[in-house]
Design a protein around this ligand. Structure first.
Ligand code: FAS
Ligand code: PHB
Length: 389
């Protein structure tokens, strides 16, 4: 198995395949330090938590992660409401940073002396539609070729794998949002809950990485940049978007990371072409409003690894043949809820007062209807993985 990309999708796939006795080589274009420097996701669905535990990656997560019963939404300065995932779904989700998961995956790979080639250059999947695909690349100045049975494209949105699917075959669906999220990390005690805010000044989110590490976001215009946001201005704006009692509870401090992520929804179909299988951001991108990006990478890897185990273990290619459709059913479900939450919680340029009030009364409905809350709780927790037929 050739795995292009050493982010969460690629490294998790390599780990799970190893535990099934299936060999893989991971080709990562960046250094390990660079991969670990990226601050990204923070919320794990119960399904993701189980996959990590089942594959020997749960010990530190269970020790350092923070289990949550649900998340809170505040809007228009009103009293907040709590989406009680535990009450409606019977499960809790986990706040545990993607960086920690990446560290845990690298540590597991080192323990098993995995073949992970960092700083692999000019990686190219070749003959993916044949039954003898291979990957060419340069590593430490030498030109290399890796012959393999299958190629997993785990190289993210800007990777090379998706481009190996012929344009006549590839179908792309995209929506670009007219704003981004300015995120900061600060060594301050976080609010006790994950709190989303819809405010006329724009969206805000309070989250955490540990009892001493907070993660906050505010919606900013697409053309904005971090240079416009000294810490003082960020904290003032963040507090302005929360009701007084929550704003007063936010502990401020120097930022240790500050970045702006653009928001887009994107899905590439199919997620398979010949012996190339896409997984994670290589196939789909969601606005982080629903905390789905990393979780979808895990569900893709769960389905793909199960299919590969059936192929190598029982000679059955049925799950490989069904991989794309099965993964896409879960992808589109997450893409839809992420799009819905993004529309519900953000202030769009050109939005009228009517639009703002309509948003607020949709929130009013979700906060007052057991059925609406249950539907949102089920989606936020993530739909159960499909059984193998
Ligand atoms: P990744 O992009 O993480 O990893 C792909 C890897 O492939 C990278 O290491 C890259 O260097 C490598 N690669 C790329 N091209 C290559 C090539 N040609 N050859 C070899 N290697 C190559 N999700 C959330 O749930 N919540 C969030 O708050 C959140 N914030 C985000 C902020 C940003 C700025 C970004 C970009 C994403 C964010 N996400 C968030 C989504 C994110 O967590 C992804 O869903 C997750 O990283 C997906 O993992 P992978 O599919 O492994 O892709
Ligand atoms: C995070 O903790 O980074 C986070 C939490 C919830 C989201 C997105 C990001 O919806």
């Amino acid at each position: 198995m050739a795995i292009i990309g050493g982010g969460p999708a690629g490294m998790l796939l390599s780990e799970i395949l190893h535990r099934a006795g299936i060999e893989s080589v991971v080709l990562e274009q960046r250094s390990r330090a660079y991969v670990l420097s990226r601050i990204r996701a923070g919320v794990l669905e119960p399904g993701t938590v189980e996959v990590l535990r089942q594959n020997g990656l749960g010990e530190r997560m269970d020790r350092e992660g923070h289990a949550h019963d649900g998340m809170r939404i505040v809007w228009a300065g009103r009293a907040s409401f709590f989406i009680d995932v535990k009450k409606h779904v019977g499960k809790r989700f986990m706040a545990y940073g993607q960086t920690n998961i990446q560290e845990d995956l690298f540590a597991a790979a080192d323990r098993r002396k995995a073949v992970v080639l960092d700083e692999a250059e000019d990686v190219r999947p070749v003959d993916v539609a044949s039954d003898k695909p291979h990957v060419t690349f340069r590593h430490r100045g030498a030109s290399m070729r890796l012959d393999c049975d299958f190629i997993a494209g785990c190289d993210g949105f800007h990777g090379v794998s998706r481009r190996a699917i012929p344009p006549a075959v590839l179908r792309e669906y995209e929506k670009v949002y007219p704003f981004g999220w300015l995120g900061i990390l600060s060594e301050t005690p976080p609010l006790p809950e994950i709190v989303y805010a819809n405010h006329p000044r724009g969206f805000a989110l309070a989250s955490m990485r540990s009892p001493t590490l907070s993660r906050y976001y505010i919606q900013v215009p697409l053309e904005d940049n971090t240079g416009n946001w000294p810490d003082e201005r960020f904290w003032t704006e963040l507090k302005a978007r929360y009701p007084r009692e929550l704003a007063d509870a936010i502990v401020t401090g120097p930022s240790i990371e500050k970045s702006i992520a653009p928001l887009r929804s994107y899905v590439a179909e199919p997620m398979r072409h010949g012996r190339l299988f896409l997984a994670g951001d290589a196939a789909h991108i969601v606005p982080p409003t629903g905390a789905k990006g990393l979780n979808l990478a895990v569900s893709d890897v769960f389905y793909l690894s199960r299919a590969l185990e059936a192929f190598y273990g029982r000679g059955s290619s049925a799950l490989l043949d069904g991989y794309s459709d099965m993964a896409l059913r879960r992808v589109w479900n997450s893409v839809r809820i992420s799009w819905w939450l993004t529309n519900l919680l953000h202030r769009f340029p050109g939005m009228s007062e009517f639009d703002q009030r309509a948003q607020e009364f949709e929130l009013q409905y979700v906060s007052s209807s057991h059925h609406a809350e249950a539907a949102l709780a089920e989606q936020y927790a993530g739909m159960p993985f499909e059984e193998a037929a």
